[in-house]
Design a protein around this ligand. Structure first.
Ligand code: AMP
Length: 187
């Protein structure tokens, strides 16, 4: 089963994806995590990526598509994957469609996490202190939220006729959010 989790930074996508990873043995693929790993490798490309992320902007589609394309071929994705933080714009959504059709794969469900913006900002500021993430200061968070909201409606429109769209309340406690997701996947 292949899923897309759509939602702003801090909406709890990663937490829920990790639960499903255990329960369904499908792989959690977070492009943000992959990029942070590249940054920690201290390569030239890592430095370039860090500057983009720290400014709250999106990393180039080419870099992202190459990362995803290679990753979903790995054996641990053979039972499926949860895309978290990807696609972020129409160009990525379109490139993903082509990639999946080449591999005779498809997205089964798109789940959108609906959350309150101001509460999200508080949540991410707390995470910033816990994980010492350099892109999690308040200005960058607001910028990332704005970038997310600018792109989301067009992504939802793109998928409207292609995949089942589901909206869940991401403000509920973790177990309640998990229940909402389980109901969707059980259909
Ligand atoms: P995230 O952990 O998903 O909030 O991502 C952290 C940062 O990584 C984002 O603010 C972007 O700068 C970058 N990033 C993550 N995923 C993507 C993507 N699919 N396309 C472009 N940039 C991304």
């Amino acid at each position: 089963m292949n899923l897309i989790f759509l939602g702003p930074p801090g909406a709890g996508k990663g937490t829920q994806a990790k639960r499903l990873e255990k329960n369904l043995r499908i792989k959690h693929l977070s492009t943000g995590d992959m990029l942070r790993r590249t940054i920690s490798s201290a390569s030239n490309i890592g430095h370039e990526i860090k500057a983009v992320i720290d400014a709250g902007n999106l990393v180039s589609d080419n870099i992202i598509m190459q990362m995803i394309s290679e990753r979903i071929d790995d054996p641990d994705c053979s039972k499926g994957f949860i895309l978290d933080g990807f696609p972020r714009n129409i160009a990525q959504a379109d490139a993903l469609e082509h990639l999946l059709s080449q591999k005779s794969l498809r997205i089964d469900h798109l789940i959108e996490f609906c959350v309150d913006k101001e509460q999200m900002i508080k949540r991410i500021c707390k995470r910033a202190t816990e994980e010492s993430r350099s892109d999690d200061n308040e200005d960058t968070i607001r910028k990332r939220m704005d970038v997310y909201h600018q792109q989301t409606s067009s992504i939802l429109q793109y998928y409207q006729d292609r995949v089942v769209l589901n909206v869940i309340d991401g403000m509920k406690p973790i177990n309640d959010v998990a229940d909402q997701i389980e109901k969707i996947l059980a259909v």
